[in-house]
Design a protein around this ligand. Structure first.
Ligand SMILES: Cc1cc2nc3c(=O)[nH]c(=O)nc-3n(C[C@H](O)[C@H](O)[C@H](O)COP(=O)(O)OP(=O)(O)OC[C@H]3O[C@@H](n4cnc5c(N)ncnc54)[C@H](O)[C@@H]3O)c2cc1C
Length: 318
């Protein structure tokens, strides 16, 4: 049996959905793993139901000297290291999103521990982890030696599977030495205004032919009908039609939604690197020879400016 810590992200007292999949990931390869959900702040009680439903046995509520720990990433990393020692954790696992990539790398560095980000498969019994490599062109199989391990899973790769427990809340106040060289003063969100692509179960993305930021409205209208997030290719971002927070791909975000709809996107390897693990890929493109048609599940040859509004109308009726 191993004790696995799962770094939990919450917003307004609600656990982020992708983090529930991390609880499932913490049980891979061994049914006996004891799962510790680690979260900062005062929301342990409000998060308890969701965390225990998906297998958390202990919820460690980490209270730092600063009331807003999110402003001090060094302090959070130091607190996580101390929590790992205090609760004898064999591994720390989180979602390799924007926050997780930063925090897990800090913890691995402080602990001198092996770090694997973008994990697609984990087997805690054998210590074997598979991760996406070279922008998704290959999958690397790694054997981890020593303990602890620091692992970041690709968002949405592990579906959340109910495994109900009665979780105990443990309040933990680490004695942190000075770890505040860096303070985050302000975070400016530059997304589409809708759900974040890393979290979304459905994404509709637009490419260069959208032609302007205003034209992205047809994607936003469609997304609103079925609760999707709006993404973009790098060509659309570089042209200033969409923000970088919306970019999917090698130099953007890695996503694994249930449904990915690519509108006017050619299907470059760099774009594919960020969305190839989507469960279903739909392409709308007016060029029958576009590379994306050889990589999608469903393809629609047509003008996106006609197809997307028609889709919005049809879905709106549903
Ligand atoms: C190091 C590096 C990193 C990169 N990182 C990324 C990344 O993270 N994400 C990313 O996306 N790219 C990335 N790129 C860029 C990538 O190589 C492509 O240039 C980019 O993905 C192309 O974007 P696009 O498909 O929107 O545009 P295009 O390649 O111009 O394709 C547009 C497509 O839309 C079709 N089309 C045109 N008009 C319509 C219409 N009216 N209706 C329907 N279809 C239409 C065309 O047939 C074409 O297939 C990277 C490149 C490099 C070198």
């Amino acid at each position: 049996m191993a004790r696995i810590g799962v770094l939990i992200e919450e917003k307004d007292g609600k656990v982020k959905r992708t983090n529930l999949g991390a609880l499932t990931a913490a049980r891979q390869g061994s049914v006996d793993n004891e799962v510790y959900a680690l979260l900062f702040g005062d929301h342990a009680e409000t998060c308890r139901e969701a965390l225990q439903r998906y297998g958390a046995e202990k919820i460690v509520a980490i209270r730092t000297p600063e009331p807003d720990p999110s402003a001090f990433p060094e302090m959070q990393a130091a607190a996580l290291c101390l929590a790992m020692d205090a609760f004898l954790l064999d591994a720390l696992l989180g979602v390799a999103g924007q926050y997780g990539k930063d925090m897990l790398a800090r913890v691995a560095s402080l602990k001198g521990a092996p770090l694997v980000l973008d994990c697609l498969e984990i087997d805690f019994s054998s210590g074997i982890v598979k991760k996406s490599h070279f922008s998704g062109k290959t999958t690397a199989t790694l054997r981890l030696n020593g303990r602890p391990w620091i692992l970041g899973i690709r968002p949405n790769i592990f579906p959340e599977l109910a495994d109900p427990r009665n979780a105990e809340i443990l309040n933990y106040e680490p004695r942190i030495q000075e770890a505040k060289r860096l303070a985050i003063r302000e975070i400016k969100h530059g997304g589409s205004g809708g759900p974040d692509v890393s979290e979304a179960e459905i994404i509709i993305s637009g490419g260069r032919p959208l032609g302007s930021g205003e034209n992205f409205k047809i994607l936003r209208d469609c997304a609103a009908v079925f609760g999707a997030a709006v993404g973009a290719s790098r060509a659309a971002v570089d042209a200033g039609f969409a923000t970088h927070a919306m970019q999917v791909g090698q130099t953007g975000k890695t996503v694994s939604p249930r449904l990915y709809i690519a509108c006017g996107i050619s299907g470059s390897v760099q774009h594919f690197a960020g969305m190839k693990t989507s469960k279903i890929i739909v392409a709308i493109n007016n060029d029958a020879d576009a590379p994306i048609f050889s990589k999608c599940d469903y393809g629609l040859i047509g003008d996106l400016f006609k197809v997307v509004p028609a889709l919005t109308k049809a879905l709106g009726k549903g």
